[in-house]
Structures are given as C-alpha cells and as structure tokens.
Ligand binder design. Structure first.
Ligand SMILES: CC(C)(COP(=O)(O)OP(=O)(O)OC[C@H]1O[C@@H](n2cnc3c(N)ncnc32)[C@H](O)[C@@H]1OP(=O)(O)O)[C@@H](O)C(=O)NCCC(=O)NCCS
Length: 292
C-alpha cells in the first residue's frame, strides 16, 4: 500500500533519495542536477518551496518515489521535477504522484515541462501516456579545469552588464531564445556576486551576451545563455564571450567543472564548446505539454 504525503520537513530524506537515483541515467531527471550539493542548489532556486511543491511516496517506512513542481506564472510555465521512483511498480506509483502534483500547479500555467536522460525509458513511456510531446534532444556538456583549452587571442570588447544596452539585449535575447525560461529583465535582476551577465560591444552596438553563474557549494559553474547577433557571427565574438565567462568561473577556487545544456542539433554551439574542451556527458530529452 503506497501512501503519498507532502514533503514538509522531510527535505533531507528527499535530497539523499534524489541524489542517489539521479546519478543513474535510467532514472535521471535533468532539473535536479547531479550530486547532493547540486540537488540542494536546484531546489533552492525554485520559486515554489520544496516543502509545498513536492510529494513523497512511501511503502511503510520506505521512501519509494518523489515528484515535485516548480512554476513561474510570469512565463506560464511549470517544471515537473520527476517522477523519480524506486519500485517494481514504477508506473503506478509515478501516476499516483503525478495526480497529486497536477493539483499543485496553478490553473493559468500553460506549459508543463519534463526533462530526462534518454536512458530513462520509463519516463519516455510516462510522457507518451500523459500526452507530453517531445520538444528537443539536448546534450549536457561539461568541462573540468584540466579539460579547459583557453583560446589564444581575443579581440572583442567584453564588458560587464550596462543598462544602456538593455533594449538591444532584450531584442536579441527574444530573437535567439523566444520561448526560454528567463526573460532579459529577469536575468538582469539576478546579477549578483555569483551570477554574471557580460556583453560584447562595438561602439554603441551590442554584438552578443553571456549569462552564467557559479554555485560554490556545488563546486560548479553553469552557462545559462550565450548568443551573438547573426550579423556578427563567425568573427570570434562567441568564443571571446565564452572565454571571458569561463575564466571568471574558474577564478573561483570552488569551481571544479563548468556545465551547460545545448540543443543536440545546434552544430555551431557544440563546435564552439568542444573547442574549449567541453565533452558531452549526457543526452537529454525535453518534453512539453501545453494545456488550456
Ligand atoms: C553559438 C554562437 C554563440 C557562436 O557565436 P559566434 O559569434 O559565431 O562564435 P565564433 O565566431 O567565436 O565561432 C565559434 C566557432 O563556431 C564555428 N561555427 C560557427 N557557425 C558554425 C556552424 N553553423 N557549424 C559549425 N561550426 C560553426 C566557427 O567557425 C568557430 O569555429 P572555428 O574557430 O573553428 O572556425 C552563435 O552561433 C549563436 O548565437 N547562436 C544562437 C544562440 C545559440 O544557439 N546559443 C547557444 C545555446 S546553448
């Protein structure tokens, strides 16, 4: 008999369960990240507190499943963190958890996202059963300090965020990533000592930007967005933005590796990352169901 309860104060139990299962590709859910510190950091970033947004499935005293949700009404999107289930009756428990999690999603949210390793074939079946179309396949790429191949020469002018370029930045970001999770304004508001936004400029023209962060507790750097104006491509601007960001992330002694997620068919970006020493660690599937 399975009992499903809100996470409430069982945070530590949830974190160790997730970290253990998520290291296995056949269970892996992208939104959580890898390792306990990364799982904690991912949960801390959620707008919906874990205590309310997660449901836990128990069989007696044994935790057998976890499913949660984060949602951003500003972009009408919900991210489904799971299901992670350790039980021979995977699908039944996943569906029970899903029914509870669905009830937590605000009614006006339009997009429901699932994100898993391609090896997680039970989640593939779950997505098909619940009507989540496949949206893209993504490569998770990582680079350790020793993998880093710094670029030889830099010629672009790279500056820290400057409000006078905001309009151009917003326009470029909307063009390059029209359906993404952070708006230009949200990125600007997030800038702090661990999170940076760099611009490549030429006179009063914005040529590109790079938005990235370090998570000192997780010993990670993460590239959220990098993009250049299509008219400025192939001149080394992307490489210069990437180099400046990586150097900053690696200057923090806590950073052991830098990672990112890129669409698996984005040859230009993958080529750029590989030149710097990034290697593909996982291939992921992103599903999105649109409701209302
Ligand atoms: C990826 C991107 C930032 C590269 O910017 P850029 O300013 O053209 O980068 P660079 O000029 O420094 O070029 C970097 C390398 O990519 C190569 N490249 C450019 N376009 C390419 C393509 N279509 N296919 C393969 N390689 C390509 C360049 O030749 C260069 O490699 P090289 O030095 O060995 O010749 C740019 O294409 C972009 O903004 N794309 C849209 C947004 C995006 O996809 N961002 C990444 C999401 S994770």
């Amino acid at each position: 008999m399975t009992e499903i309860i809100p996470c409430k104060d069982r945070f530590e139990e949830l974190v160790s369960f997730v970290a253990r299962l998520n290291s296995d590709g056949t269970h892996h859910i992208g939104f959580f990240g890898e390792g306990e510190a990364d799982v904690r950091a991912s949960l801390a970033e959620c707008l919906v507190p874990t205590a309310e947004g997660f449901r836990l499935a128990y069989e007696g005293d044994r935790l057998v499943g976890v499913f949660g949700v984060d949602a951003d009404p500003e972009i009408d999107r919900a991210w489904l963190f799971g299901p992670l289930v350790e039980h021979e009756d995977w699908h039944t428990i996943a569906d029970q958890l899903y029914a509870e999690v669905l009830a937590l999603i605000p009614v006006d949210i339009r997009d429901y996202d699932l994100f898993c390793d391609v090896q997680n074939i039970r989640l593939e079946a779950f997505a098909a059963r619940h009507g989540f179309p496949l949206r893209s396949e993504n490569a998770v790429m990582t680079m350790t300090r020793t993998d880093y191949k710094p670029s030889a020469k830099r010629k672009s002018q790279i500056i820290a965020y400057d409000e006078s370029f905001f309009e151009q930045f917003e326009k470029l970001h909307k063009t390059l990533f029209p359906t993404t999770y952070f708006s230009a304004r949200q990125m600007v508001e997030k800038i702090n000592e661990n999170l940076q936004l760099l611009f490549a400029v030429e006179g009063d023209q914005l040529l590109g930007y790079h938005f990235y962060k370090i998570e000192p507790e997780a010993e990670l750097g993460y590239i959220d967005f990098i993009g250049t104006d299509s008219a400025a491509r192939g001149r080394g601007v992307g490489a210069d933005l990437l180099a400046a960001g990586i150097d900053w992330m690696l200057a923090a002694p806590s950073t052991k590796k830098v990672s990112l997620t890129v669409n698996a068919d984005n040859a230009a970006a993958i080529h750029l990352y590989e030149k710097f020493g990034f290697l593909t660690e996982r291939v992921m599937r992103a599903y999105r169901k649109q409701v209302v």
